[in-house]
Design a protein around this ligand. Structure first.
Ligand code: CDP
Length: 679
C-alpha cells in the first residue's frame, strides 16, 4: 500500500505520538508558566508566516509552506519548528565554533556554544589549533593542558546548559590525526561516562592514508609553531607508556593499557615510540588501531575525511585558505567553516511513490541496471511532486537564512556571506518498501543515486533562480561557481551542468544546498524512517527523554509495517500482542521472532539485519550527490571483530564518504533506540 497522509485537519494527519507527546513536550510555544500557547496547526502557521516574511509575496508563500509542512512532505530542522516566529528566533541546527590557541578564546567559545545550545542548535569544534599537553605557555612559564582537558570543560558546560534548553545539547569534537595529542583524543571516550556530551571524530588526512597504506610513519605537527612537533616529556610519557613492555605504573590516566591485552596489539610496537626532543612521527598503523579499537568498543571516534571535505568545498582552500573547513556539526552532515551555521530541511521520500507505481520485480530482468532503474523511476516516482517539494523546500531554507537570528555577530556575518543550506531526505527506506526494492540491494543503491541526484540538481537550479531574483551569495566571487571551467569536474558533480555552458560563472544563491541529516525527531513527527537509514526495527522501545515519554518508554511499531501486514491479510492484533509479549519478556530478537510471512520480512531488512556493505554503499550513493555530507550509522553485528570495523571504515572511505560512524550492536548501554526497555 502507498503511504499517504490523510485527514482534514492537521491534528488528524499527525500520529498520536507526534500530536500528544513530541510536539507538546518540545515544539509548541509556551508562556512563562509553562502553559502551552498553540495547537500543532498554529505551530505550522507560525513557522510558515515567519519564514515567508522573507518573501515579496508573503501570503502566497506562507500558504505553500503551510501546505507542504502540514502535508508532512517537507519539514525543517527542529530549531526552525521550535523558534520561528517565537522569542528565540534562532532557526539553524548546525554550527561550528573552533577555539583559537589562547585561553580567552577557549573560554569565549564555551560561552558562545552555551548560547547556541539554549536555542536548540548543535556545535562542532575543531580542537586542532590548540597546543598539545605539556607544551610551553610563555606568559606563565607553565605547561599547556592540551585539547582533551579543555574538552572536559566544554562537556561540563553542555551538561549544565542542557537542563535549561529544550533538548540535549549535541557537540562534535574534531582533532586532526597529525596533532600530537591524537592518542589521548582517541582513547578519551573509553570510559563510558567521559565526554558524554560529545561525539568525537578524527580528521584523517591523505598523508595519513598514504602512510597507513605503506605501513609507514607520518609526521606530527605542533599547531603553535606550525612545524613538526618536538616531542615534549608529556607526549613521550603518554605514547611510550602505551607500549606493551612499558611499566604499567607509568601509564597515564585513561590509557589503553589499563584495559588488558585484548586492546590494540601494542606489543608490535616495542621500544620507545617517540623520544623527548626529537621531531615527532607516529606509525600510522598504531594510530589506526586506536581509532578502530575505540569504534569497536563504543562507536567512537568516527572518521572525518577533512581533505576530501575541503576538495568538495565551494571555495578553493589552496587559493583562499580562510575558507578552510576543519570540523562538522554534531551529526556529521555539515562540514562548516568556523563561525558558519546551517539550517536543514528534509523531503519526505516515503510520500513520493506514484499512485500506480509498478514494482521493481517487473523491471528486474538482465541488462544495464542504471538504465532499468531510470525507466523504473520514471513510472514509480511522483516526479512532479518530488520536484515541487524540492523547489519549495530550497526556497524555504533560503528564507530561513534571511529571517533567522544568530547568537553572535561573527556568525551573523559568516552566514550572510555564504548562505549555506542543507536540503536532504527522510523516509528513503519506506520509499523502497513501496517500490518493492530491498534496502542495500544493487537496485536500491542505484535508486539512492538517481533520486538524490535529481533532488540535488533541482535544488541547485532553484538556488540559481533565487540568485537571479535576489542576488548571489556575497562571497560568490571567491567561489568555484565563479570559474566553472577551472573546476570542471567539481562543477559537474555539484550542479549536474556542463561547465562550458557557464564559462562566465554560474550564479547561485547558496554556496551549498544539499546534505542528508539523521532527522532524529523530525522523522518521528513525519512518521517515517530517518534520513537515508534503513528501518531501524519493526517494533522497539524509544528512549527519547522523560519529558517526552513520561515514566513509560514509548513502544513503537513501524505502522507502515503493520499496514503492509494488514493489506496482506495478516492478523495485525495478534502480531502486536506477540511483539509486546516478547519485548516484555526480553525475548524479542528482531522481526524474525514474529509470525509474519517471509516475503514481507524480506522487504523490511532492519539496521541490524543488513550486512555492513549495504549500509556503506547506500551512504556512498547519497554522498556522491550532495554538497555537504551524509549522516549515517554503519551498523555491524555484536560479534563483529576489530578487523570488521576497520573494513567498514576503509570501504566507506574508498567509496567516497566524507564522514563515517561505525556502531557495533549493543556496545553502548544507553541507546536512543533500543529493543530492550531501560532499567
Ligand atoms: O530531527 P531534528 O531536526 O531534531 O535533528 P537531526 O536531523 O536528528 O539532527 C540534525 C542536526 O541537529 C545535528 O547534526 C545537530 O547539529 C543538531 N542537533 C542538536 O543540536 N541536538 C540534538 N539533540 C539533535 C540534533
Amino acid at each position: 500500500p502507498r503511504k499517504r497522509v490523510t485527514g482534514d485537519t492537521v491534528e488528524e494527519r499527525l500520529t498520536a505520538n507526534a500530536r500528544e507527546r513530541i510536539l507538546p513536550a518540545r515544539y509548541l510555544l509556551r508562556d512563562e508558566d509553562g502553559g502551552i500557547l498553540e495547537t500543532p496547526a498554529e505551530m505550522f502557521e507560525r513557522v510558515a508566516d515567519a519564514v515567508a516574511s522573507a518573501e515579496d509575496d508573503p501570503e502566497t508563500w506562507s500558504d505553500r509552506f503551510y501546505e507542504t509542512m502540514t502535508g508532512l512532505e517537507f519539514l525543517p530542522n527542529s530549531p526552525t519548528l521550535m523558534n520561528a516566529g517565537g522569542p528565540l528566533g534562532q532557526l539553524a541546527a548546525c554550527f561550528v565554533l573552533s577555539p583559537d590557541d589562547d585561553l580567552d578564546d577557549i573560554f569565549d567559545t564555551v560561552r558562545q556554544a552555551a548560547r547556541v545550545f539554549q536555542s536548540g542548535g548543535g556545535v562542532g569544534y575543531s580542537f586542532s589549533d590548540l597546543r598539545p599537553r605539556g607544551d610551553v605557555v610563555a606568559e606563565t612559564g607553565g605547561v599547556a593542558s592540551g585539547p582533551v582537558s579543555f574538552m572536559r570543560v566544554y562537556d561540563q558546560m553542555c551538561e549544565t546548559v542542557k537542563a535549561g534548553g529544550k533538548r540535549r545539547g549535541a557537540q562534535m569534537g574534531v582533532l586532526r590525526v597529525d596533532h600530537p595529542d591524537i592518542g589521548r583524543f582517541c582513547v578519551a571516550k573509553r570510559e563510558e561516562d567521559s565526554l558524554e556530551n560529545f561525539n568525537v571524530s578524527v580528521a584523517v588526512t591523505e598523508d595519513f592514508w598514504a602512510a597507513l597504506e605503506a605501513d609507514d610513519s607520518y609526521e606530527i605537527y605542533n599547531p603553535r609553531t606550525g612545524d613538526v612537533h618536538e616531542v615534549s616529556e608529556a607526549t613521550a610519557a603518554f605514547y611510550n607508556a602505551s607500549r606493551a613492555d612499558a611499566d604499567p605504573r607509568a601509564v597515564p590516566e585513561n590509557v589503553w593499557r589499563d584495559y588488558g591485552d585484548d586492546v590494540v596489539g601494542v606489543d608490535e610496537f616495542r621500544g620507545d615510540l617517540v623520544e623527548v626532543g626529537e621531531p615527532m612521527s607516529l606509525p600510522a598503523r598504531f594510530v589506526w588501531r586506536l581509532v578502530v579499537d575505540g569504534a569497536w568498543r563504543n562507536g567512537e571516534p568516527g572518521v572525518f575525511e577533512v581533505d576530501r571535505a575541503n576538495r568538495e568545498h565551494a571555495f578553493d582552500v589552496d587559493t583562499h585558505p580562510g575558507h578552510r573547513i576543519e570540523a562538522t556539526n554534531p551529526c556529521g552532515e555539515q562540514p562548516l567553516e568556523d563561525f558558519e551555521a546551517c539550517n536543514l530541511g528534509h523531503v519526505n521520500l516515503s510520500l513520493m511513490a506514484a499512485e500506480d507505481a509498478p514494482l521493481w520485480s517487473d523491471f528486474e530482468h538482465g541488462g544495464d541496471l542504471e538504465a532499468r532503474v531510470e525507466a523504473f523511476l520514471a513510472e514509480a516516482l511522483d516526479v512532479e511532486r518530488l520536484d515541487r517539494v524540492t523547489r519549495w523546500g530550497t526556497r524555504f531554507l533560503d528564507d530561513v537564512v534571511t529571517v533567522s537570528e544568530y547568537p553572535l555577530p561573527e556568525i551573523r556575518e559568516t552566514v550572510a556571506d555564504r548562505r549555506k543550506i542543507g536540503l536532504g531526505v527522510m523516509g528513503f527506506a519506506e520509499l523502497l518498501v513501496q517500490l518493492g526494492v530491498r534496502y542495500g540491494s544493487d537496485a536500491s543503491v542505484e535508486v539512492a543515486d538517481q533520486v538524490m541526484a535529481r533532488i540535488d540538481h533541482v535544488a541547485t537550479a532553484t538556488s540559481r533562480e533565487l540568485a537571479a531574483e535576489r542576488g548571489r551569495f556575497p562571497r560568490w566571487d571567491e567561489s568555484k561557481y565563479a570559474h566553472p571551467t577551472r573546476y570542471a569536474s567539481w562543477f559537474r558533480r555539484h550542479t549536474g551542468e556542463d561547465p562550458e555552458d557557464w564559462a562566465d560563472g554560474f550564479p547561485i544563491r547558496n554556496h551549498g544546498v544539499t546534505s542528508v541529516a539523521p532527522t532524529g525527531t523530525t522523522s518521528m513527527i513525519a512518521d517515517t524512517s530517518g534520513g537515508c537509514e534503513p528501518i531501524y526495527e519493526v517494533v522497539y522501545f524509544k528512549n527519547v527523554g522523560r519529558d517526552v515519554q513520561g515514566a513509560e518508554p514509548l513502544v513503537e511499531f513501524d505502522d507502515y509495517f503493520l499496514r503492509v501486514l494488514a493489506a496482506n491479510d495478516v492478523d495485525v492484533d495478534a502480531v502486536e500482542a506477540e511483539a509486546k509479549r516478547l519485548l516484555g519478556e526480553g525475548e524479542f530478537e528482531g522481526a524474525h521472532s514474529l509470525s509474519v510471512p517471509g516475503e514481507i520480512l524480506d522487504l523490511f531488512p532492519t539496521a541490524r539485519d543488513l550486512p555492513m556493505e549495504a549500509h556503506v554503499r547506500v551512504q556512498a550513493a547519497f554522498q556522491a550527490n550532495v554538497d555537504g555530507a551524509v549522516s549515517k550509522t554503519i551498523n555491524v553485528a555484536h560479534d563483529a571483530t576489530r578487523d570488521d570495523v576497520a573494513d567498514a571504515y576503509r570501504l566507506a572511505v574508498d567509496l567516497g564518504c566524507v564522514g563515517v560512524t561505525v556502531y557495533r550492536a549493543g556496545s553502548r548501554t544507553a541507546q536512543v533506540l533500543t529493543t530492550k526497555p531501560e532499567e
